[in-house]
Design a protein around this ligand. Structure first.
Ligand code: SF4
Length: 888
């Protein structure tokens, strides 16, 4: 059987793993890690490994639509061009906006930015990357004079100490976590410190976990700065030659963090914990401090990051291998967007919009007289301006702000009332596209052609291996053709992504200031073939023939500022904007789960990825659960200052700090009745970066008074009624619904048949105890199990795993039928339990069996017995946890 192979890049997180896609003749899509890609060397996490399951056309948007009617591209373009032009004519260019995405490729970003800033003449283009890494951008620019991540992934393997601040890399950047874990395994002297209010899977491999009081990170790092100076760890030569502002930074630090006692009290840690951290940092030369959304999604995220960078500048631990302050970016191309000016306050090629000389350079290069002259509106301000009707027309590309923006219900209302909304996306139905006047079908991973840049500045190719379905087009094509329809033909004549990349590369070299690091002059004028074959490369690229890999940035001690000195920033720590009160006694933290990505438009389609966490949940500490009457497995209603509430499943866990709640960010109206956690987040942002404070809202929680609970597993989607709560997940050939409600039908037997659309004469088995509210039924079609529905007055319903396994079988035996409505397998059939290893479908009961009965004491031993954890390795932290729990 013939196989065609394509090397491309994973479309999920900022790690940017290289993948090899093998297309088999029978249509099977096999996705493997690329052993030659320097970011992952063949590794993939569960999401990357399951990419093959997400490549199909169901749920795709395939044709342009205007007001819900399918139209030609020409008609869609002329409609959008007319509407945008009319708004601009009447209200000026600042009355329109683009809201773009870290999912776009660099070439898409480049032309979107060029159209808005260069030719429409407004800088109202911002990206959803604003929500995840804009504080890192601002902090790097303040310290180094340019948005330059100074580290490389191989620094993680060279470091003797890795400090992970606000980063659950095990779930959010799994392949980097694997590299860190592997490094520690091969060298026990490598130390890991995790700074996180929650005990996460990342904390589990740390030598020291600092369960810090939320929002106090800058106090901790200011204290470290003082300690390092007092301990004589200051690198005087480096500080004198390459930096400025150390005195002011130390002075500020001495005000907030005068001694360890004060730091410990403020941060909710013991003196011993703080001293252990400080001593380890002080005496270790090769230190990498990783920071992620736990630090940056804060109303003072920029300062927090600068307090970290200060410590590296003071010790001179930057610009050399195995050390530095390292931001892990969330999105696959957040970095590429930063390079080409995807943020409202930047120009392309790391030039600044408020710098007249930079504006002249870009205007000359683009040959435009209408370049925007001032910064545009950042994401939150942009949606505020839509609400107040200052912005009258918006084009949203490849993102879902009705789910992901803070105060998401307000964003939804603002878009509902907006004069003109265009959405381009690959998916037909998102919470945002439902509000659009025009929907444009875009290509997606597997069809797209272009480049992305990952967290270590590595540019990799995304190559197509499928043709565009229906009438879908690449984002750069859509933008280019719309620009032509608006009358900008001359500047938008691109015929390929390669031409756009070439123009971008030439712009990085055009009249370049010597101190600027972003330089792709070595990639200019490539042939189509050279662009196509371009290997993964880290910028700067000035001489392709002599390009070096994994070189530290600023190794000469010369930074990107005018005077080439790095700047210490005097940091005065700020408290989070909201404080707990009698009304809202909990701090609400949001984040990711292991197997889902953002708003689930892709991962929600994968049965494998949907098996790990099947519904939205809140994590709560056992003492809080007792005090507030919250029981594990029941439902909670969470409310916040935005006046909104959500409904989620309760998970009681010691991993959560007392007084704090954790809710994942992914679930939306397509997958759950009401669980968009962003609707609970107030629109508080960092004043410098504009990044919202997703990690610290305040909330109240109470048990939800459901009178019945249930679940449905069915090959068809049921028509739900009476379910105050529902969450659905996709299985292999079926949908699974968890449901609950207060109101109930007069008769479950009648209602269940309506709900599952049961026809007279269909094979239907049921059990009904009306007095106790127990109802169970199953439908069989052609000897196969087609649907089951279980309803109970309590939450104590049978486990679903064995029932789910019956949906994979060719037929149902008599013994299985007899057991089915009890919901328990026959005595000799194994129930694998909740799925832990998504790659090999291994459940927790199977893993516990390997530990208890076969004596497995390590993740490797478990893997040898039942394969769990032997493919992508994303579940290894949970296997380690189960070994502890089940060990005898
Ligand atoms: S770590 Fe996982 S999600 Fe991130 S790029 Fe690699 S395979 Fe994709």
């Amino acid at each position: 059987m013939s196989v065609s192979s394509t090397k491309t890049t994973c479309p999920y997180c900022g790690v940017g793993c290289g993948v090899i896609v093998n297309m088999h003749e029978n249509g099977r899509v096999e996705v493997l890690g690329d052993p030659d890609h320097p970011s992952n060397y063949g590794r993939l996490c569960s999401k990357g490994s399951a990419l093959g399951e997400t490549v199909y056309l169901a749920e795709r948007l395939l044709y342009p639509e205007v007001d819900g009617e399918q139209v030609s591209w020409e008609l869609a373009y002329s409609h959008i061009a007319a509407k945008f032009s009319e708004v601009i004519k009447q209200h000026g260019p600042d009355a329109v906006a683009f809201y773009v995405s870290g999912q776009l490729l660099t070439e898409d970003y480049y032309v979107a930015n060029k159209l808005m800033k260069g030719f429409i003449g407004s800088a109202n283009i911002d990206t959803n990357s604003r929500l995840c890494m804009s504080s890192a951008v601002a902090a790097y620019k303040r310290a180094f004079g340019e948005d330059v991540v100074p580290c490389n992934y191989d620094d993680l393997e060279r470091a003797q100490l890795i400090v992970l601040a606000g980063s659950n890399a095990a779930w959010c950047h799994p392949v980097l976590y694997q590299r860190i874990a592997q490094s520690k395994e091969s060298n026990p002297n490598v130390k890991i410190i995790s700074i996180d209010p929650r005990r996460t899977q990342t904390s589990d491999i740390s030598d020291l976990h600092l369960s810090i009081r939320p929002g106090t990170d800058a106090v901790l790092f200011n204290g470290l700065l003082l300690w390092l100076e007092a301990a004589g760890e200051l690198d005087q030569r480096f500080v004198n030659a390459s930096t400025e502002g150390v005195e002011q930074a130390l002075e500020s630090a001495s005000l907030s963090s005068p001694d360890v006692q004060t730091v410990a009290e403020t941060c909710g840690l013991s003196v011993d914990e703080v001293e252990q951290f400080y001593r380890l940092f002080a005496r270790t030369e090769r230190v990498v401090t990783v920071f992620s959304q736990g630090i940056s999604q804060s109303s003072s995220g920029v300062d927090k990051i600068n307090s970290i960078i200060n410590c590296h500048l003071l010790t001179g631990r930057i610009g050399r291998k195995g050390m530095g302050p390292f931001s892990f970016t969330g999105q696959p191309n957040a970095m590429g967007g930063r390079e080409v000016g995807g943020l409202a306050n930047q120009l392309a090629a790391h030039m600044e919009i408020d710098n007249a000389e930079h504006r002249e350079i870009v205007s000359a290069f683009w040959q435009t007289k209408t370049l925007a002259s001032k910064a545009g509106l950042k994401a939150v301000d942009c949606f505020d301006a839509i609400e107040s009707k200052k912005i009258k027309a918006i084009w949203i590309m490849a993102t879902n702000p009705v789910v992901s923006m803070p105060d998401a219900d307000r964003v939804k209302a603002a878009l509902q009332n907006c004069e003109f909304v265009v959405v381009s996306d690959c998916v037909a139905n998102t919470d945002t596209s439902r509000l659009a006047d025009v929907c444009l079908p875009a290509t997606t991973w597997g069809e797209r052609d272009g480049t992305v840049t990952n967290s270590e500045r590595r540019i990799s190719r995304q190559r197509p291996f499928l043709s565009a379905p229906g009438l879908a087009k690449h984002d750069w094509q859509i933008i280019t053709e719309l620009a032509q329809a608006m009358g900008f033909e001359e500047a938008f004549r691109y015929r390929s992504a390669a031409e756009i990349f070439d123009e971008y590369a030439r712009l990085t070299a055009y009249k370049k200031a010597p101190q600027r690091q972003l330089d792709l002059s070595g990639l200019c004028h490539m042939s189509l073939r050279e662009y196509d074959d371009m290997p993964p490369l880290q910028w700067p690229v000035t001489d392709l023939a002599n390009q070096q890999n994994n070189m530290p940035m600023y190794s000469d001690g010369l930074f990107s500022t005018e005077n080439r000195r790095a700047r210490f920033i005097a940091v005065t720590p700020q408290s989070p904007a909201s404080s707990v009160s009698a009304l809202y006694p909990f701090i609400l933290n949001t984040g990711r789960v292991r197997d889902h990505w953002h708003t689930m438009t892709r991962t929600g389609m994968s049965p494998r990825l949907s098996a790990h966490r099947i519904e939205p949940f809140v994590e709560v500490h056992p003492d809080d659960a007792r005090e507030f009457g919250l029981s594990d497995g029941k439902l909670a209603q969470i409310s916040s200052e935005t006046g909104t509430e959500i409904f989620v499943r309760i998970r009681v866990t010691q991993r959560q700090q007392r007084g704090s709640l954790f809710v994942p960010m992914h679930w939306n109206l397509q997958f759950s009745s009401q669980a968009r956690v962003s609707s609970l987040i107030k629109t508080v942002v960092d004043p410098i970066s504009g990044q919202p404070e997703f990690k610290h809202a305040v909330a109240s929680i109470k048990s939800c008074d459901a009178s019945w609970y249930g679940f449905i597993i069915s090959r068809q989607k049921p028509v739900l009624k009476y379910s105050r709560y529902w969450a659905r997940s996709r299985g292999k050939g079926f949908w699974r619904y968890e449901i609950a409600g207060k109101e109930k039908p007069a008769d479950w037997a009648t209602h269940a048949k309506t709900l599952l659309n049961v026809e007279p004469g269909e094979e239907w088995a049921e059990f009904y105890d009306k007095a106790d509210g127990h109802y169970r039924a199953a439908r069989f079609v052609g000897g196969h199990l087609d649907s089951v529905i279980f309803i109970d007055s309590s939450v104590l319903l049978p486990p679903r795993d064995w029932l789910i396994s019956l949906f994979q079988k060719d037929g149902i035996s008599t013994r299985e039928r007899l057991s089915l409505l009890q919901g328990v397998p026959p005595a000799d059939v194994e129930d694998v339990g909740r799925i832990i290893c998504a790659c090999f479908n291994v459940g927790e009961k199977t893993i516990c069996h390997a530990v208890k009965n076969a004596g497995a004491k390590t993740a490797e031993a478990v893997g040898e017995i039942c394969q769990a954890g032997t493919n992508c390795g994303s579940c290894r932290p949970e296997i380690a946890e189960l070994i502890q729990q089940c060990g005898v």
